[in-house]
Design a protein around this ligand. Structure first.
Ligand code: ADP
Ligand code: MG
Length: 728
């Protein structure tokens, strides 16, 4: 083993699990660092408290004078928690979270100082964040973005900073972040769903979208991770031969969590508890050193914030434990990558989960309504949904030979398939009483029991119904959930509006009963959107062919997939639902295409560097050893040396071939990069990176990985897969 790798590995053994003192109940510390309802009651005047609560539930405006009271209370509480600074915490389109800390501390002359935090500072800030990607929305002369308080996500203290969740908008009001369109989409689905709920229950006043994400990640010793320039700079390994043992034995999945990882998780969970992130589940994943963490689901906006915050906290806690968290969708070739399932549902303020089959005929019809409308929404917007999860890193899962495929389909299980089939065949027009009873009771009534053993079987589906929620499984592990959640809630909102219009028309124009009208519209929806339903193996080639016949899209790469974001239909949809205007849609598209280019560009540079400056020199050094050996054999044995040196000569030649393979391909890649960089049109540039530059990575990697197998282990400078994946 090389000295470099040896030292890195030796360090690992110094990294013993950190002992975590834990004699408090989790429920006692839950939310201790959050400015939540009960804390607000304590620290705010009655008027201020009610004002925040009404802003949360009804979206009403908070008066400036009241804001001053709130900020004062918030400051007092934060200081009692050890905070010295405050920040507007937001999610710019870089995907990370952003913060700029300001001290409460202010001087008041005569050498005196006080702690101050006014309503103005709470409500709005101008962070001068002109370097965040904005897709050309903010011109330089108005290079100002504003952050504005989002009272629906509570403030929290992290470390010594009071963090205030905010939206980030331009001077002219366009969204520059993930949160703004999400809040608008949640508003849209709330309004649309409440209107439909009124068919079933007049008391419903609010519908909340819920989200329960499941975060997958790898934990790698930080010393080992640091020894790999590719991991440090791109979050994944760009080369590395697969180890003799991978995940084929399935001995990691749900196995005992290694001690060090366990200590990390416990520490992380404590931090999450303090921050009010309701983490609940932890387990090993399929790949070695891969894990998953999942919370109890929450209202979607809060859940999105909590996932962003969690990713941050995971990084920070990992530092204490000498770990590096890899969030990348595919950190290692040949072993499973990571995703972030988004479990989604809609529920009413009367306590009903609209995607949970009910016990009464009426609630079952309500369930069917929301269930079928969601399927229709996904069918009509499958390309847009695919676009919502497109990224350079997620391309390694979708459309590669890994779960789930790039084709969006919906899995609903056998029982519900049968229900939909029966519904499809009901009479056109008015239903017989028998039909109605059958549908509402006999068929649907069976669902809850049968579903239990029926739902989660199909792991290959990108969008699966799992008993009382849909699970969007194609979301990438690095993604900000706001993006897919914005799209999903927007398309469902639009669908529900259309549905209501159709039902109302049948009732008023055709004199149909409400029930009959609902059944009739749903029946038509099933007929129209049947093509999106798929229960088979999503990974097979057969499905690709079948999906093509059905007219479903199969956009395997990000540049292809993203286009759906700026289709006429998508722009209209977002405008109509008041989620994004045309400028905002186009800006986001531009940002994402550009990000794709930059990511591939960086990977290309890093790979070129490692191949030329690490791998080739190492191979030459080893080849020289072999050459010396051959020369020695010749000195000793004279002309008969050839027989003895046969393998060495063969190796020398192989090494030369691989060196040639690396150098010619790196040269080619650099040339193609230059050509691509010279292209002005962003879309064409992305295509060049995708279809010309990126494929060369594979060729370069092939030769590097072959050399890894040939070259003396003692010389090889890069930490190997087996060391990265199996060191505990
Ligand atoms: P899995 O087999 O995928 O692990 P689980 O039943 O453990 O399934 O649930 C996974 C996630 O689904 C959890 O994060 C949970 O909070 C979330 N979930 C459960 N019910 C809902 C719901 N109504 N809305 C959104 N998410 C939900
Ligand atoms: Mg899941």
């Amino acid at each position: 083993m090389s000295k470099l790798r040896f030292h890195a590995l030796k360090e690992v053994f110094k990294h013993k699990p950190i002992h975590i003192e834990e004699n408090v109940r989790r429920s006692e510390i839950f939310g201790a660092n959050v400015f939540n309802e009960s804390i607000m009651r304590q620290y705010l005047t009655k008027e201020a408290y009610e004002s925040v609560m009404s802003a949360v539930s009804k979206g009403s405006k908070i008066e400036r004078s009241v804001a001053d009271h709130i900020s004062t209370g918030m400051k007092e509480w934060a200081i009692s928690k050890g905070a010295t600074h405050y920040t507007h915490w937001f999610q710019p389109l870089t995907g990370a979270t952003a913060e700029k800390h300001d001290a409460f501390f202010e001087t008041i002359g005569n050498g005196l100082a006080i702690e101050k935090f006014g309503g103005g500072q709470l409500v709005q800030q101008e962070p001068d964040a002109s370097s965040f990607p904005n897709g050309g929305i903010r011109n330089t002369f108005e290079a100002r973005g504003y952050t504005a308080w989002d009272p629906t996500s509570p403030a929290f203290v992290y470390g010594t900073t009071l963090c205030i969740p905010t939206v980030f908008v331009s001077y002219t009001g366009e969204a520059l972040d993930y949160k703004t369109p999400l809040l608008r989409a949640l508003q849209a689905v709330d309004t649309a769903a409440v209107a439909v709920c009124k068919y079933f229950d007049k008391n419903v006043k609010k519908v909340n979208a819920s989200l329960g994400w499941e975060q997958e990640y790898f934990l790698i010793d930080s010393g080992l991770a640091m020894s790999r320039p590719d991991i440090t700079l791109t979050g994944r390994t760009l080369l590395g031969h697969s180890p003799a043992k991978g995940q084929q034995l399935d001995d990691h999945y749900f196995g005992t969590i290694p001690n060090r990882a366990m200590a990390y998780m416990r520490d992380l969970e404590t931090e999450c508890m303090l921050l009010g992130i309701p983490v609940k589940t932890r387990h090993n994943e399929v790949a070695p050193n891969q894990f998953e963490l999942a919370p109890i689901y929450e209202e979607a906006n809060l859940a999105v914030d909590h996932n962003s915050l969690l990713m941050d906290v995971m990084d920070k806690v990992a530092e204490r434990h000498n770990f590096k968290v890899l969030f990348h969708e595919k950190p290692f070739a040949g072993v499973n990558g990571s995703g972030k399932h988004n479990n989604w549902s809609l529920s009413t303020d009367t306590g009903v989960n609209l995607l949970s089959p009910g016990k009464t005929p009426m609630s079952n019809l309500q369930f069917l309504t929301f269930f079928i409308n969601t399927i229709k929404a996904v069918y009509d917007n499958e390309e847009l949904l695919r676009a919502a999860i497109a990224s350079a890193s997620n391309d390694h899962r979708l459309g590669a030979n890994e779960a789930p495929p790039a084709i969006i389909s919906v899995f609903i299980g056998e029982q519900l398939t049968r229900t939909l089939n029966e519904l499809e065949n009901v009479t056109n027009g008015k239903l017989s009483p028998q039909e109605k009873t059958d549908l509402k009771l006999n068929v649907v009534g069976k669902i809850p029991d049968v579903l239990l053993d029926n739902t989660d079987r199909n792991r290959t589906s990108p969008f699966a119904f799992t008993g009382n929620k849909f699970e969007f499984r194609a979301v990438g592990s690095t993604a900000n959930c706001a993006n897919p959640m914005t799209v999903l809630n927007t398309i469902v909102a639009k669908q529900l509006i259309d549905f209501k219009a159709e039902v109302d028309t049948l009732v008023s124009k055709k004199d149909m009963k409400k029930d009959d009208a609902i059944f009739n519209v749903l029946r038509e929806y099933i007929k129209k959107s049947k093509h999106i339903l798929f229960e088979g193996n999503g990974y097979g080639e057969a499905w690709e062919k079948e999906a093509k016949k059905r007219g479903l899209s199969n956009n395997k790469t990000t540049p292809e997939a993203l286009k759906a974001k700026v289709s006429k239909k998508a722009i209209q949809l977002f405008e109509e639902m008041n989620v994004m205007n045309k400028i905002e849609s186009e800006a986001r598209y531009e940002i994402e295409v550009e990000e794709y280019v930059l990511r591939i560009q960086i990977e290309g540079r890093v790979l070129g560097d490692i191949a030329r400056n690490h791998v080739v020199p190492t191979a030459v050094r080893y080849q020289n050893i072999l050459i010396d050996n051959v020369k020695g054999l010749k000195d000793i044995y004279g002309t008969s040396f050839k027989k003895l040196a046969k393998e060495q000569l063969n190796l020398i030649e192989q090494i030369s071939n691989h060196i040639e393979g690396i150098n010619s391909n790196v040269t080619k890649m650099i040339e193609e990069r230059k050509k691509a960089n010279a292209i002005d049109d962003l879309e064409k540039k992305a295509n060049a990176y995708c279809h010309i530059v990126k494929p060369l990575f594979e060729d370069i990697r092939y030769h590097c990985d072959k050399l890894e197998l040939l070259v003396d282990d003692e010389l090889w400078p890069l930490t190997k897969y087996r060391e990265l994946l199996f060191t505990k």
